[in-house]
Design a protein around this ligand. Structure first.
Ligand code: CP
Length: 330
């Protein structure tokens, strides 16, 4: 167990070793067990402050971080560009130096393509407190860690040899970033899973992210396979993670995005497609789900769905993360 994580930034999972990530998981399982049995931990971050800066909306992330801070005895402050001088152009350096002179960590959601991840690293360079990624344009590490925790709860800590399918799905509403699929491509191969990535033409990942994911897979002795056939991907899968993302490597022009999506409405999860996977296969999604487009209701609400468990585990994994990077030495 690596307990030397005090004040370490958590911007992408590649910045943390497998041992570091296992430390976070170990603690998350402990805190979850304690939460279930009424054990209070309000001494861990007593009198400490987390700033939560959101460039975009959130249901799960904001509320799980804020609730987690309450349960650990600290306080979380919700910030947006409009509610701060960021909206008037104050930069990452000035914001980071000032906020970190008051509080104990800065968590940021910034999914602006080509901007978000750089903004987090820039603030981390100047801030005297750890930076936590609440989702950017490249990675959503807290989501991926909650997903990994969910699989370990259901199937045990040893996930070697399992087929993890990450599939694009149709959704008409808005262009979702690549960060969730990319976070899974970076994380799951390091924990023994063989990942199959399925998507229609034009929905590929960032090339440097794919290169790093393949490097992780090689090091771990696992595989990453790409296909343009959803049914082929689902066949014999252990874990199914079908979700929508935008054709961001090609375009973010709304009419073009809508036209591309409209050509792929068949990329929807149905009971028939679920039947191609193994009997014990689980249906996963980070939420929010575009019901009726990404997946049928009988899949989302069916016995194989673990989506609410994933959402619940955001609280426990983030409490573990905050305890490690903000609590530190007594
Ligand atoms: N999965 C997730 O990050 O949800 P929110 O956008 O609601 O935070």
């Amino acid at each position: 167990m690596n307990t030397r994580l005090f004040q370490k930034d958590f911007i992408t999972t590649p910045d943390w070793t497998v041992e570091d990530l296992n430390t976070m998981l170990d603690l998350a399982f402990r805190l979850k067990g304690d939460f279930a049995t009424g054990v209070i931990h309000d001494h861990i971050l007593r009198a400490k402050t987390l700033y939560m800066l959101f460039f975009e909306e959130s249901t799960r992330t904001r509320n799980s971080f804020e609730t987690g801070m309450t349960q650990l005895g600290g306080h979380a402050i919700w910030l947006t560009p409009k509610a701060t001088q960021i909206g008037h152009g104050e930069n990452a350096k000035d914001t980071g130096i000032v906020l970190s002179s008051y509080g104990h960590a800065i968590a940021i959601r910034d999914c602006r393509t080509g901007i978000g991840n750089k903004y987090l690293y820039e603030m981390a360079h100047y801030a005297d407190a750890p930076i936590i990624n609440m989702q950017d344009d490249v990675d959503h590490p807290c989501q991926a860690m909650a997903d990994l925790m969910t699989l370990m709860e259901l199937f045990g800590r040893d996930l070697r040899g399992r087929k993890f399918v990450l599939s694009w799905t149709y959704a008409p509403k808005y262009v979702r970033p690549l960060s969730v699929p990319q976070s899974l491509l970076w994380l799951m191969p390091r924990f023994g899973m063989d990942v199959t990535l399925a998507y229609p033409e034009g929905y590929h990942m960032m090339p440097d992210v794919m290169e790093k994911a393949r490097q992780f897979a090689d090091e771990a002795g696992t595989t990453i396979t790409e296909t343009h056939n959803m049914e082929e991907a689902f066949t014999d899968a252990d874990f199914l993670y079908p979700k929508s993302w935008g054709p961001i490597m090609v375009t973010e022009d709304e009419p073009t995005v809508e036209a591309m999506a409209a050509r792929n409405t068949g990329w929807r999860v149905t009971q028939q497609k679920m039947a191609l996977a193994k009997k014990h296969a689980v249906y996963m999604h980070c939420m929010p789900i575009d019901r009726g487009h990404e997946a049928d209701g009988d899949v989302i609400d069916g016995p194989q769905s673990v989506i609410y468990k994933q959402a619940e585990n955001r609280l426990h994994i983030q409490k573990a993360l905050m305890a490690l990077v903000m609590g530190g030495r007594a």
